[in-house]
Design a protein around this ligand. Structure first.
Ligand code: PGA
Length: 257
């Protein structure tokens, strides 16, 4: 069954106290508005800075349907990689998800599709869920290369997986030109790309696998436009940056599903 998800990507924002406060507010909201009673029955994931994971996970303890995730991980199990965080550490802090290939990591930390494939591999080995991000920059869209770019990111990052492994993946389509810019993709643009990604999955695996794949939209999704974006048949929720930092906005977005 395809899962609906509303995820918050805090990026490098919020002190520990601020993060715990935000998580407590979301916890209270979910207690009063059980996720399974919302029409889309969405799951919620909060991608916190790694150093906040343990406390935020504890804060959310027993909040049904809400999980935490890390924004990045290393490709190796452990060792002399000063400053890095392993999937084992992330798992031991109680997280359920790891973001892979966010465009900020691709662009600012030179993460290639090949490195991202290694990250997906180690995350699955630890039984956590990789949320694999893909997206084109504006120039690529303007030049009509957007479908080729997404295809390459997904083929190299994910299509080496067996069908069984692939069913454990969540995809987030995040057009880079929409991230943090206030310019969101139109519902038609989002639907078009989500349908294309689903078609790629069908061609690689089969129709059932494609139907069951969760594909989120990210990029200036907020409390005002979430409903319209989520109403599209191939959009299974959102990966929210800026608007996930305020409980009121994030909870409105959760309620949009
Ligand atoms: P934004 O970020 O919602 O602030 O555009 C989305 C993301 O980068 O995941």
């Amino acid at each position: 069954m395809r899962k609906k998800i509303v995820a918050g990507n805090w990026k490098m924002n919020l002190t520990l106290d601020e993060g715990v406060k935000l998580a407590s507010e979301v916890r209270e909201f979910v207690k009063n508005n059980p996720l399974e009673q919302l029409p889309g029955k969405p799951g919620v994931v909060m991608f916190t800075p790694a150093i906040h994971l343990d406390r935020v996970t504890q804060t959310l303890h027993n909040t049904k349907g809400v999980q935490t995730g890390a924004q990045n991980c290393h490709t190796q199990e452990k060792g002399a990689f000063t400053g890095e965080v392993s999937v084992g550490m992330i798992r031991s802090a109680g997280a359920g998800y790891v973001l892979v290939g966010h465009s900020e990591r691709r662009a600012q930390f030179d993460e290639t599709n090949e490195v991202l494939a290694e990250k997906v591999n180690i995350i699955l080995k630890h039984n956590l869920t990789p949320m694999y991000c893909c997206g084109e920059v504006l120039e690529e869209r303007d030049e009509g290369k957007l479908f080729d770019v997404i295809k390459e990111q997904i083929e190299k990052g994910l299509f080496w997986l067996s069908k069984e492994e692939f069913t454990k993946i969540v995809i987030a389509y995040e057009p880079v030109w929409a991230i943090g810019t206030g310019v969101t993709a139109s519902p038609e643009q989002a639907q078009e790309m989500h349908a294309y990604i689903r078609q790629l999955v069908e061609e690689k695996y089969d129709a059932e696998t494609a139907e069951n794949t969760t594909i989120l939209y990210g990029g200036s999704c907020n409390a005002k436009n979430a409903k319209e974006l989520f109403a599209n048949k191939d959009v299974d929720g959102g990966l929210i940056g800026g608007a996930s930092l305020k409980a009121e906005d994030f909870c409105t977005i959760i309620q949009s599903y």
